[in-house]
Design a protein around this ligand. Structure first.
Ligand code: SAH
Length: 244
């Protein structure tokens, strides 16, 4: 099933923007994911299609009107998707959060403006507040683009051979104990390092490898390495440990 992003915004023309290019753009054209943009202004009230009001709890500036956002959420968004509001007060965005959302059917996103959205809406719809960093943007659209760009590359069949999601390293030493392996490969016993392919091992492959005796799974770097770089790095580490 196609992963989908439903986005409610005052500036529909900002989409797909950069998401229409590069990896995410190609994936969009291939139908690996879909992007549905909803114009919040269409839900505005009165002759001026008003979308803002003073915050119900007091405070400076204006917020997006609770009644307008509520109608738009009920009208546009599917009920079975997580609902996200990008906000500088939210939980910091990281790779784990992006991976979590990439394994859902899709997400619904509200792009904030002015002083944000009314707190009652966040509570009522159980909205997840996420921040893309400790600085203030003028609206949620750019945060949405950052989020979707990093998420789409994780969807199946988006990354080609030149891009790698994750490299896991598995050391197999069929003859020595784990303890010996840690202190060095004494006695010229064979040491085997298995480096994952671009795009990672499948669950089945991982299970098969981990079934071997004395297998250790090691990450050598927080960053995502290409298979070749990971292989060269691991050879240097082994050479260093064994003093070759
Ligand atoms: N004074 C408000 C700022 C609102 S900025 C506050 O402190 O919340 C207007 C909109 O830009 C926000 O509603 C939000 O959707 C978006 N935004 C601003 N900074 C952001 C950040 N660091 N991460 C995610 N979204 C942000």
């Amino acid at each position: 099933m196609t992963w989908s992003a439903d986005v409610l915004t005052l500036y529909p023309e900002m989409f797909p923007g950069p998401l229409g290019k590069s990896l995410s753009g190609k994936a969009l054209k291939k139908g690996i994911w879909s992007l549905n943009i909803y114009d919040l202004k269409e839900y505005g009230l009165g002759p001026h299609k008003s979308v803002d009001e003073k915050p119900s709890g007091g405070g400076p500036g204006m917020v997006l009107r609770a009644d307008v956002i509520d109608t738009a959420i009920n009208d546009c968004f599917k009920k079975d998707r997580p609902l996200i509001y990008f906000s500088p007060k939210g939980k910091p965005l990281n790779q784990d959060t992006i991976e979590k959302f990439s394994s859902t059917k899709g997400v619904s996103i509200i792009c904030g403006h002015f002083e944000g959205i009314d707190q009652r809406i966040i509570d009522l719809h159980d909205i997840e507040e996420i921040s893309i960093g400790d600085y203030i943007l003028s609206g949620g659209e750019i945060a949405t683009i950052v989020f979707l760009d990093s998420l789409v590359r994780l969807l199946p069949d988006v990354l080609g051979n030149n891009n790698s999601k994750k490299i896991d390293l598995v050391f197999t030493d069929l003859n020595t104990s784990k303890k010996k392996l840690e202190v060095g490969n004494e006695g010229n016993k064979p040491l085997c390092a298995v480096v994952g392919p671009e795009g990672d091992f499948s669950e089945k492959e991982r299970e098969l490898i981990l079934n071997f005796k004395d297998v250790r799974q090691i990450n050598i770097n927080q960053n995502i390495l290409r298979a070749e770089t990971a292989t060269i790095s691991i050879i240097s580490i082994i050479s260093y440990i064994l003093n070759l």
